[in-house]
Ligand binder design. Sequence first.
Ligand SMILES: CC(=O)[C@@H](O)[C@H](O)C[C@H](N)C(=O)O
Ligand SMILES: O=CC(=O)COP(=O)(O)O
Length: 265
Amino acid sequence: MTTTGIDARLDRIGTDGTYVIVPMDHGITIGACQGLKDIESTIDGVTSGGADAVLTQKGIAPRVHDNKNDKGYIVHLNGSTTIGPDENDKRMTGTVEEAVRVGADAVSFHINVGSDHEPDQIAQLSEVTATAKQFGMPVLAMAYARGPGVDPEDPEALGHAVRLAEELGADIVKTGYSGDAESFQHVVESTRLPVVIAGGSKGTDRETIEMVRGVMDAGGAGVSMGRSIFQHDDPEAIARAVAGVVHDDLSTEEALTEAGLALEA
Ligand SMILES: CC(=O)[C@@H](O)[C@H](O)C[C@H](N)C(=O)O
Ligand SMILES: O=CC(=O)COP(=O)(O)O
């Protein structure tokens, strides 16, 4: 039942409690790579294909609204670059109030659990969730296991990261994939929040869709998948295949076939 502003806005960025979110905040991290130069047509394509929401930094908002086919919009609130001194040192890039002003349905915040910057990022995420609650704005925490000596695919570390997001008041949590459904179930069971995964660097279509299938089999709630979708030659088709698994419970083969993509690896 929709009882709060947060519930109402969560409905705008998902489908019946599942989420196909396409983050396109990577322009800060890695620059204007394939799919981000003409971000307008990528946003049109992925939202036509079945994405529930797109996600950008605040400065891109004017390029989003006319192209998102009435789907949801999330504004990301911190960032770093791969060419700077420390990619794990994500700094604040916006506020909840700014996200409200640019028309966001939710905000997101990245935290690297296990990095030298974890203490600052814990304090910042706590402030973001407190402010967001005042506005009835959902918070997607991007809780990665990243830092010196931390295995970013370790289910224990990922479970710790997603639990931290719940403890700090987030509404959805995104984390890395542990590699298979069985180990990812531990991650999902570490929190009551809906858990979605990042895609990481782009693989083959079959690898991408098998990973999404594994997340759903583990009890996950979907994806916040960027490069595997926006760097694809046909972002609309791969978004359709991902949505086929997340929203319609299709098998890997069914999802690829229905999206018109080749079945081979
Ligand atoms: C580009 C990357 O290394 C990703 O893992 C990022 O952490 C993803 C994120 N959305 C970002 O660009 O900050
Ligand atoms: O905001 C970034 C993500 O949510 C994940 O991006 P990726 O390119 O799928 O790792």
